[in-house]
Design a protein around this ligand. Structure first.
Ligand code: SP5
Ligand code: ZN
Length: 376
């Protein structure tokens, strides 16, 4: 780990940071290290998983080595959180690990992490009201839609730390900073109003967008450049014209997570019709086509007239990333950062990005590009 961190830090000095210090505030919570999902259950088998605490360390070391000042996340109340999410989801996540332990699952039954086994799908309920089952193991799936998003002892502290980092970065931008970065871990863009999954528990980007609205931004654009579709963010704002959502991502129709959302035909609904844009990309897409899609999204976002921008900054489109087949380079992320941050005052929210050897360099490339777009 130390060798990896040093390698990562050393690369930055010869890379995008150059000799000029990266002046973008990087908001961070120490609590983000406490979430140890310790694997994911994929197709019935528990595997090591890629959403690991070392991700946050690699990102922090790389950005600070490039000169970014670290700003501690400030604790926030739950008001905005409960506006974006079903308050029962928030309560569930806050309490579930305690309930799991009290029911004896780690000590008596060898279940060291909480994983659901029954999911109350729309088809199962067929109109019945969604109950809160008394059995803890029954309740595990009430708000969860996959088996890859495990809950452990430090999860809730990290989930709150990530939201606080997003809210602190949004505060900075609302009070006049042109650009801020939140090192959110766990990530968030797969979480809908009341369902979590995809290694995400609460939607940091959606909470940041809602906070910008509450602080006076009349219109917000969320631009999602994670390799996966941000189905959670899309659905949170699907019926609303005040928060435009646009995403480019590997085509779910070609077999990629989240499978059930992220198609080009999803354009918003009701008052939100026309305020959602998906650009699915073929597996193997590299810089040229990826950047053309970024430019297309930015053109549409600009037309929406945003007063502020939230970027779901997933770095998993990186060529070496184990979770996506996109083939984007550091230069691609630098150019994307420049374009998105030029639109309006911008909050960068960390989402995915799982190749520890290249992650730091990609983060510095993206944030350095964003600084060039914001201040250039
Ligand atoms: C925030 C984010 O990027 N979430 C993406 C979660 C996608 N996870 C899909 C996992 C599918 C199983 N992983 C297999 C890896 C094989 N190398
Ligand atoms: Zn992703």
């Amino acid at each position: 780990m130390n060798a990896l961190l040093l390698h990562s830090a050393a690369r930055e000095r010869g890379g995008w940071g150059g000799t000029v210090s990266l002046a973008v505030p990087g908001v961070w919570s120490e609590d983000c290290l406490n979430h140890e999902p310790d694997g994911e259950v994929w197709l019935g088998v528990r595997e090591p998983g890629t959403e690991v605490p070392a991700r946050a360390l690699v990102l922090r070391v790389a950005l600070t080595a490039a000169g970014a000042p670290v700003v501690p996340a400030r604790p926030h109340g739950e008001e905005i959180l409960r506006a974006v999410h079903d308050p029962e989801l928030v309560d569930h996540l806050a309490r579930f690990w305690h309930d799991w332990v009290a029911a004896g699952f780690p000590a008596q039954y060898g279940r060291d992490r909480a994983v659901p086994y029954v999911f109350p799908t729309a088809g199962m309920l067929a109109g019945l009201p969604l109950r809160s089952p008394p059995a803890v193991h029954g309740r595990a799936g009430r708000f969860c839609y996959d088996t890859m998003t495990l809950v452990g002892p430090g999860s809730w502290a990290a989930i709150r730390g990530a939201v606080d980092a997003a809210l602190t970065a949004a505060d900075l931008v609302s009070s006049g900073e042109r650009l801020a970065y939140a090192l959110c871990r766990p990530p968030g863009h797969h979480v809908t109003r009341d369902a979590y999954g995809g290694s995400c528990y609460l939607n940091n980007a959606a909470v940041a967008a809602q906070a910008l609205r509450a602080a006076g931004a009349g219109r917000v654009a969320v631009i999602d450049i994670d390799a996966h579709h941000g189905n959670g963010t899309q659905m949170i704002f699907y019926d609303r014209p005040d928060v435009w959502y646009g995403s480019l991502h590997v085509d779910p129709g070609a077999g990629w997570f989240p499978h059930y959302a992220g198609y080009a035909s999803e354009r918003g609904r009701g008052a939100g019709d026309g305020f959602n844009r998906n650009l699915p990309l073929a597996p193997g897409t590299g810089d040229d086509d990826w950047l053309a899609a970024v430019a297309a999204l930015c053109g549409e976002a600009r037309a929406a007239g945003p007063d502020a921008v939230v970027v779901s900054l997933g770095l998993d489109a990186a060529a070496a990333d184990p979770e996506s087949p996109l083939q984007v380079t550091e230069a691609g992320y630098h150019a994307a950062g420049r374009q998105v941050a030029a639109l309006a005052p911008t909050v960068l929210i960390q989402e995915g990005g799982y190749d520890l050897a290249s992650l730091g360099g990609f983060a510095v490339a993206a944030v350095t590009g964003a600084a060039a777009g914001a201040y250039g």
